[in-house]
Design a binder for this molecule. Structure first.
Ligand code: COA
Length: 224
């Protein structure tokens, strides 16, 4: 029920942002759709050095002061305003593990790596989208402001925030993300942050009911 309410609020906000087309697409997909997501994980014990971004980056935890900078909707197009609104809802919902890769004092990449102690909140908020366990960080909510896209920010940025999150959550030994399989920037960006493709998740919606399946795979098998 909570998720239905949350989803309705998101739709209203999406229409307010001027993205009525996107909202209609979301409603359609709840009625009848099948979407695939690419599961990638990074094991903290494995050494990894990312290619450097085109801008110098460092990682900072997301806090109130930084959130005021990150959630800046000025000048965003309708699609990006919707993306950022969804990330602000994750922040407002009280999830831990928000990190920002900063270029100087400017936010260049936002990402949550939610610790396992919040698994119940993850399941309540996102639904059955993650195979949760007590030693894995859930990676969600990637966002690069338009100004910092195509600058190789995701690989080094994700690697930096993963290392910061691993240090902050010693109970975890790996992190997992599930970008849309067709979102090449997000899948390749995650791989360039040291994450390895290992799973395909298939979400099937039929008249508002969702089933979620996880199938082991390889990068080659899914065309990456
Ligand atoms: C997804 C996102 C984080 C990616 O960041 P980005 O800076 O735009 O990524 P890039 O364009 O540099 O692409 C990353 C990699 O994917 C590759 N790529 C991107 N689009 C591609 C395409 N259509 N075909 C093939 N490769 C593609 C790039 O060449 C790059 O490869 P490299 O690491 O080997 O150089 C960013 O676009 C974003 O914030 N989008 C909005 C929110 C979003 O989609 N979040 C992800 C949800 S999981």
């Amino acid at each position: 029920m909570q998720r239905v309410l949350g989803r309705s609020k998101m739709l209203v906000q999406q229409v307010k942002n001027g993205d009525a087309k996107g909202a209609l697409g979301d409603v359609r997909s709840w009625v009848w759709s099948e979407n695939q997501y690419c599961g990638l994980s990074r094991t903290f014990a494995d050494d990894f050095t990312p290619a450097p971004a085109n801008v110098k980056l460092h990682a900072e935890p997301l806090d109130d002061a930084l959130a005021a900078k990150v959630f800046d909707f000025d000048g965003l197009g309708e699609r990006d305003a919707t993306y950022l609104e969804r990330r602000k809802r994750i922040w407002d919902a009280g999830f831990d593990g928000g990190f920002v890769a900063m270029a100087g004092d400017e936010p260049a990449y936002l990402q949550w790596l939610i610790p396992p102690r919040q698994n119940k909140q993850v399941a309540d908020y996102f639904g059955p989208l993650f195979p949760l366990d007590d030693h894995t960080l859930t990676v969600e909510g990637a966002w690069i402001p338009p100004k910092f896209r195509k600058e190789k920010v995701m690989g080094e940025g994700l690697s930096l925030v993963t290392e910061a999150a691993a240090a902050a959550s010693p109970e975890a030994d790996r992190a997992r993300c599930f970008p849309e399989l067709a979102n090449k920037g997000a899948v390749k960006g995650s791989a360039s942050g040291g994450y390895v493709i290992d799973t395909v998740r298939t979400d099937t919606w039929r008249l508002g009911r969702r089933t979620v399946t996880f199938t082991p795979t390889t990068a080659e098998a899914v065309g990456y």
